[in-house]
Every structure is written in C-alpha cells, then in structure tokens.
Design a protein around this ligand. Structure first.
Ligand code: ADP
Ligand code: ZN
Ligand code: ZN
Length: 830
C-alpha cells in the first residue's frame, strides 16, 4: 500500500490547440481531473495572456516539459473522447503530408460548435472601497455592475455609448475597482422541445374521471385537460401519456391561458419536461426495391471481387449509367457487416437529388455533413457518429475529419472534381487522397467513381495499383447524346451570329421551346461581361487591389473583382480620354440570360451561378423548379453540370468551348474533357427523349473536341499521359507549389528568387520551375510569385524532399532582410 506521504504522480497532457503553431503544448492535469481525463477529450486552457481556448488531448504522461512551466488545464469538457484515436492518427498524417500544423487540421476538423469561445467580462472587486476615486463614466459602469453582478465588454460599450472602452476598463482595474475574467461558453445548443404530460397517478380511467369531475368549477382548467386527452387518448391506452404533448400546442391556442396551465402544473396534475430532438427530420427508410440492371450487377460483383485484393477500385461509368445504384448496393452490404460508410460528394452536388435518393434507402442511419449547415447541425452529425446513431455519412470534403472508428468503405463520387482540394486555409488537402489513406488506416476500402476520371486515378487503374471496373451503358437503354459542332467563325463571316448565338443554336432553341422540352446553356463565366473597354483609347477598368479586370454585373449595376470581392460603380465615361464609349466586352451567364429574354420573351429562363445561389436553399430551389418543368432554359456555369439528373433536357448548348480548351495550364485538356463531357451528360438521360449537344467553336477540327463527341476518354487519356510523361507532370511527378507573397513587388520577387536558388541547389534545375508570377500577379494588394517543384514519384524520397523544402521556407520566413514575407506551401497542388 502506498504510504500517505508518498507523492501521487502528477500527470501532464500534450494538447492540440486549434491554432497555427508547430507543436503540441504540454499542460498540467489538476489532481481532481487525473482519473477522468482521456485522450481525445476536449479541455479548456489558457493560451497567451488572456485567451481561453478549447484543445484536444493527444497524450497523457508524467513528464513535465523541460523548456517551460506547464500551466494547469482549466476545465475538462468531455467524459468520453470526442476525437477518436483513428482521427488523431489521421490528423497527424494530414499535417505531415501537407506540411502544416496539426492545430490547423484540428481547426478545420472541429465544427465551430465544438470549440468553446470565451468572452471577457468584468465584475466588482469585493475589496473595493474608494468610490470617490472614480470618474463619472467609471461610476456609471460600477453602478451598472452592482445591479447585474457582471458585465461583458459589449455591455459596457452599449452603456457608455462608445466603442473604445479599453482605457476605462484599464483604469478601473488600476484602481482595483473591478476584476477581469473570462466566461466560457459552449456554442452548441441542443434543440429542445418543451412538453407536458399528466402526472402518472392520473392515467388510470378511474383517476381520470375523478380528476375531470374535480375540475368542474374551473372550466378553463377542465378544458385544458380535455384538450390534452383529445390529442393523447390516455383513457384508451395509459402508455401514451409518457411521451406527452408539445407545450406549443397550448400556447398557440387562444382559448387556453398560460395561467390556467401553470396552475395545473403547480397542482401537480400536469408535469412539464423537456426533450432534446435532432435537427434532422427522421425520414424512415422506404423499402423501395431497386433491381440492378445486368451491367450494374456485373459492376457490383466485379468491385466486390476486386476489393479482395485491392485497397482502391476505380469505377468508370459513363454519365447516366447509374453509378448511384451500384454505390447503394455496396453501402448496404458494408452496413450489414457492421462497419461505417462515408460517401463523399463535391460541395455543390450534395444539396440535391442524390441525397434524397439515398435518404429514401437509408433513412435516419444516414447523416449529412454539408458546409451550408449550421454549426449546431454539424455538431449533431459529429456526436451522432460517436454514439452510433449515424453509421453512414454523406458529406463534403471536410467529412473525412469526422470521428469514425470503423470505416469499412469510403466512396468518392465524381472523384475528378477539383473541389475535393482545399486551397485556403491550410490544411491544403485533397479529400479524395485523404480518403484513400484513411481507409488504409481503418483497413477498409475506397471506391472512386466518375464518368471522367482524373488522369491520376485512371493511371493508377491502368498500372494495376487500383482495381478497375467500367460501365459503358446508360441506364434504361438511353443513348448518349449526339453532338453538333457549330463553326462560329463561319457564322460570323456570313453574318449569321446574333451576338453570342449562332443561327443553329437559335433554331434549336426555338424548336425546343415549341416542343416544350428543356434546354441547358453553359457558359463558364459569371457576370454580364468579364470586362469593359473604352473603344477610343482601350482603357479597361481594373481592380484596385488585384491585377485583374473588373467583371461587369448588370443587375447589380456594379463592377466586381472575382478575386478579392472589391466592388465599384459602373463608369460610362472613360477616366483616361473622357469618351463615353465604354463598351461591354466578352460575355458571361448574365448576358446570355439577358439575350434569351429579348430573343424569346415568352421563355421561362433561370440563371444558375455563384451569384444566384448564395442563399442557403437557392440552389435547391432552382433545381426543383427545373425538375418540375417551371423553367424552359437554364443558363449556368459549371454548376449546371454537377451530377444532376433531369428527365426532360433534350438540348445542351455550350458557349466558348475554345476558351476552356486553351486555358493556359497543363491540365487544360483533361479539364476541358471533363467539363464538357459532364455538362453534355445532362442531356437525353431518358431513352424516350434523345439528347443533342451543340458546341460553338472557332475550330471544329480540334482533336479534343473530336474525342469529346466520340466519348473517347481512352483516346484523351493516351494523348495526355504521353505529354505528362514527356514533360514530367503528374501522375509521373508530384507537384508542390510554393507561393511567396508581399505587398512590395521587389521584396516579393527577391524572396522568391532566393528561395528558388536554395531549392535548386539541392533539387536540381529540372525539378524547380520559376519563380514566375501567376496568371493574376497581384491579389489583395500582394504581389505573388510561384515556384513549382516537380518530384518524381519513384526515385525521390518524398518525405525527405518535403522537409528540405520546409526548411528552406523557414529560412526565408526568418530572414531579417525580408520582413513580413508570406509563404504558402501547397502539396499536390492542382
Ligand atoms: P450516374 O450517376 O452514373 O450519371 P445515376 O446514378 O444518376 O447515373 O442514374 C441515372 C438515372 O437512372 C437515375 O434517374 C436513376 O434513378 C436511374 N437508374 C439507374 N439505375 C437504375 C435501376 N437499376 N433501377 C431504376 N432506376 C435506375
Ligand atoms: Zn478612353
Ligand atoms: Zn481584387
């Protein structure tokens, strides 16, 4: 037995703080906490002078830190871990792979609702006596505190009607009149419903009739009882009583006074209680049976068989082949085996049809994790996974950070989508790639699906690293759409173009309207026109903060910068030469919408782009309206192409294909193939309504267009992969982009040069490109320089190369001659 005098062990905890600092921090575990604290639980600690933040326990041990005095943990928030050990393992991997801090990963992973915020408040110093020392303003504050016990800074501001109150508070602290403290608040609020029910002693029929009779003299109270019984027929079945009735039913009723109800509660006849409810509607699973087609069945079996030997399988299924049904089959199998399933979708696809379809099958074991959801809703998904309510989650990229502990399968739908990659802030991760790692960790499997796979995934499938399954039939014998390339050069010459519209496209639009069939028009540029220009002196309005022309938005009547959000009024006179001939140049979705209105005033037109879908349900509303036939022509950016499944679309029109194909970027062909194939895939999805795609181009003879219209992915792949190999681009190399930023161009350029030299010295000139300014050289007043590093997949020790790069970046960041330089490292940049 331990002697009474022997010291108990003191415990320390290494904590992950959700801030961008490179290491874990060690805090001291207070004795009363030591039996309870667990790895993965949240704690509250003081960080810096005043700040109080939420942290997560990563390790518990008994070694005090050598370099600093450990502070005490202030509070323990969770009895059970809220972050699983599998998650901690993943967070570490992400931090290491993407060269960022684990705190940054935690910060993205934890919904804000699980982070505690603190608010500074003041209270009276109990030892304060010298009232006479106070100024008038200070006295007002003190009087108010005496009334309310404590005040927040905002309350003091409101009280004094001024915004700068730090001086006053400092002075009050100096006079020892008040004490500052931090009040900690948990942001997550469960949704509560107030209910009432009969006291259990009145639920027998005998007791009930006695009770009713006893209320004869108080008819108002009697009425409440009768009303309650009309909703909850306790006399038929006493068990019904325990669930009670929403109190709101009474408060909405004018005939019921709160006072009478309260009296009944006071008398102990009724009792009030509260229940926590989910913010998600409990939609029961319907037993709708889907029978897989032969093609789907085969694909499903192949995937199953391949999983026996491969960790990852790529499903290449053309648009409309019914990949979702194949997914559903697999998900069912995995759920039945008792493992969890994660289904990743690109942001935009998530609010729509597919979720409804999955909900119908899986009901309320399915959680949905979306960035447009409130914090509270996200916390509910998080907790629902922890307590086993949600075995299956459909979510956007950040869903990879949810607290799974037993993932059997991760599906990444539309795996080629660039929105799986996070650009800003760190971690700059790609959820598809994280998914693959994550399923290794869980000993589960990953299924990647797409009609237009990324070159990387297809390459891995070709070389045998991934399993590979194809579906080349559309569901229900629907044919792929037919294509027509429209030569806009020719049309222009013969003056047949009407603004942006070729005569061929106009004819088809007309016919389609007559036939009451729907059209999708695709222009991958929002706004009215991408720039204005003076016809006399060629002046173009540009953003004051970025080196980019301002986009004209007609409805809003303003010019907007799509890089920094800067807005200004439209000028119709040129500030340079004074002429009034400032014209719109080029065109975006808004202009197309406008022109449709004037050509076909009777057509019902809707636009779908970033500008029309900012509100929470706007996107969903447009989709539903289109589905229900309330829109004839839908004009949009690539938003219209994302996994949508419509019955009645027979024409898809594509503007400006050349600009997409010739975008100055090494992935342009791949992207153009994906984008144009996906948007075309919205047409003719039902066998009885074949679809047609019209592509306007200046050069109908280009190879890539030929491959798109022949649905020749393999051809595109073969041509592209050769180029990639020749010029050392992914999938043969991994790319790391290092961006140097500074408000002063010379400083930025110098830092970038120095850094590039250091990198080249070790990595060799063939692996380091740049520095060079990106397409837009100045953004938000900072001058940018990019250095692109290409590292061969084989041959190079990626980890070592990355630490070398990180070292050199730190050199630059700590170089005193290059003050306040910023450097961003993007691993596997797109
Ligand atoms: P993809 O995602 O491959 O483009 P979808 O999964 O959206 O294709 O399927 C296309 C359409 O065909 C959807 O409307 C879907 O409901 C329908 N469908 C696919 N397979 C089946 C099936 N086995 N039974 C009934 N309907 C199906
Ligand atoms: Zn001018
Ligand atoms: Zn700008």
């Amino acid at each position: 037995m331990a002697s009474l005098f022997e010291e108990e062990t003191t415990f320390f905890a290494d904590l992950i703080l959700p801030v961008p600092i490179p290491s874990l921090f060690t805090y001291r575990v207070p004795r009363e906490m030591s039996g309870m604290i667990k790895v993965g639980a949240r704690v509250i600690v003081q960080f810096g002078q005043k700040r109080v933040i939420t942290a997560v326990v990563a390790n518990i041990h008994s070694n005090p830190p050598s370099k600093y005095q450990a502070k005490y943990i202030l509070e323990l928030l969770d009895e059970q871990p809220i972050v699983t050990t599998r998650q901690l393992e993943l967070f570490n991997w992400v931090a290491e792979y993407y060269l960022c801090n684990i705190g940054e990963v935690l910060n993205i992973a934890l919904p804000a609702g699980l982070k505690i915020t603190s608010q500074s408040r003041i209270q009276l110093n109990p030892e304060f006596e010298h009232d006479d020392l106070l100024t008038d303003q200070e006295r007002i504050v003190i009087d108010e505190i005496k009334r309310h016990q404590t005040l927040s800074y905002e309350e003091v501001e409101r009280l004094l009607q001024r915004s700068n109150i730090t001086a006053i508070i400092k002075s009050l602290v100096g006079k020892r009149a008040v004490i500052l403290f931090e009040e900690v608040k948990e942001r997550y609020k469960p949704k509560v419903v107030r209910k009432i029910r009969l006291n259990a002693s009145y639920t027998s029929n005998d007791a009930l009739s006695k009770l009713a009779a006893s209320l004869d003299k108080t008819p108002k109270q009697q009425e409440i009882l009768l009303k309650y019984l009309s909703y909850i027929p306790v006399y038929n079945n006493p068990d019904l009583n325990s669930k009670g009735l929403d109190k709101s039913i009474f408060s909405q009723d004018d005939n019921v006074s709160d006072a009478s109800l309260n009296t009944l509660v006071k008398k102990g006849i009724f009792e009030q209680f509260e229940i926590f409810i989910s913010r998600f509607d409990d939609i029961p699973a319907s037993n709708a049976v889907i029978t897989l087609t032969e093609t789907q069945k085969e694909a499903s079996q192949q995937i199953h068989a391949l999983f026996a030997e491969k960790e990852v399988v790529l499903l290449h299924g053309i648009t409309g082949s019914g990949k979702t049904e194949v997914y559903i089959e697999l998900i069912k199998q995995v759920l039945e085996s008792g493992s969890q399933v994660l289904f990743l979708l690109p942001e935009i696809a998530l609010t729509t049809q597919i979720v409804v379809r999955l909900r119908k099958v899986f009901g309320d074991v399915m959680g949905i994790y979306h960035s447009k959801f409130s914090d509270n809703e996200r916390v509910e998904v998080w907790k629902g996974i922890l307590d086993g309510k949600f075995q299956f989650v459909v979510g956007v990229r950040s869903a990879v950070f949810l607290p799974f502990d037993n993932l059997g399968l991760i599906i990444v739908d539309e795996e080629h989508e660039t929105s799986y990659k996070q650009h800003d802030p760190a971690p700059r991760y790609n959820a598809r790639d994280v998914a693959v790692i994550m399923s290794y960790m869980h000993k589960g499997k990953t299924l990647l699906g797409s009609a237009t796979p990324s070159l990387e995934s297809y390459y891995h499938a070709q070389t045998g690293r991934y399993g590979f399954v194809e579906m080349k039939q559309r569901f229900g014998n629907a044919a792929l759409p037919t294509f027509e390339l429209i030569d806009t050069k020719k049309e222009k010459k013969s003056k047949k173009m009407k603004n942006e519209f070729s005569s061929v496209l106009i004819d088809h639009l007309k016919l389609n309207l007559q036939n009451k069939e729907q059209t999708i028009l695709f222009q991958n540029r929002r706004g009215y026109s991408p720039y204005l220009q003076c016809e006399i002196c060629n002046w173009i309005p540009e953003c004051a903060n970025c080196d980019v022309s301002l986009t004209y938005h007609m409805k809003a009547g303003e010019l907007r910068c799509h890089y920094c959000g800067h807005k200004e009024e439209v000028t119709r006179t040129c500030p340079q030469c004074g002429s009034t001939q400032v014209k719109t140049m080029g065109y975006g979705t808004e202009k197309i919408e406008d022109e449709i209105h004037s050509m076909f005033p009777e057509a019902r037109v809707q636009r779908m782009d970033l500008d029309t879908t900012r509100a929470k349900n706007a996107y969903q509303q447009i989709i539903s309206e289109f589905e229900e036939g309330g829109i004839d022509i839908l004009v949009g950016t690539q938003m219209v192409s994302k996994g949508l499944d419509f019955d009645n679309v027979s024409i898809v029109g594509i503007f400006d294909a050349d600009r997409i194909i010739h975008f100055p970027e090494f992935r342009a062909s791949e992207r153009a193939f994906q984008m144009l194939t996906q948007v075309s895939g919205r047409a003719g999805r039902r066998a009885e309504k074949p679809g047609k795609v019209l592509i306007q181009t200046n050069n109908p003879g280009q190879r890539l267009l030929e491959r798109i219209i022949n649905n020749d992915y393999e051809g595109m792949y073969a041509a592209e992969i050769e180029e990639r190999e020749k010029f050392h681009y992914p999938p043969f190399t991994r790319l790391i982009k290092v961006t140097v930023k500074h408000v002063d161009e010379a400083t930025s350029s110098k830092a970038a040069k120095v850094l590039a030299e250091k990198l080249t010295a070790n990595l060799g000139a063939s692996r380091v490109l740049g520095p060079q300014p990106p397409l837009v050289e100045r953004v938000r007043n900072q001058f940018l320089f990019d250095i692109l590093i290409k590292l061969e997949r084989e041959k190079i020790n990626f980890k070592a190369a990355k630490s070398f790069i990180q070292e050199k970046v730190i050199d630059i960041l700590t170089d005193k001659t290059l003050k306040s330089i910023q450097v961003v490292i993007d691993v596997d940049c797109l």
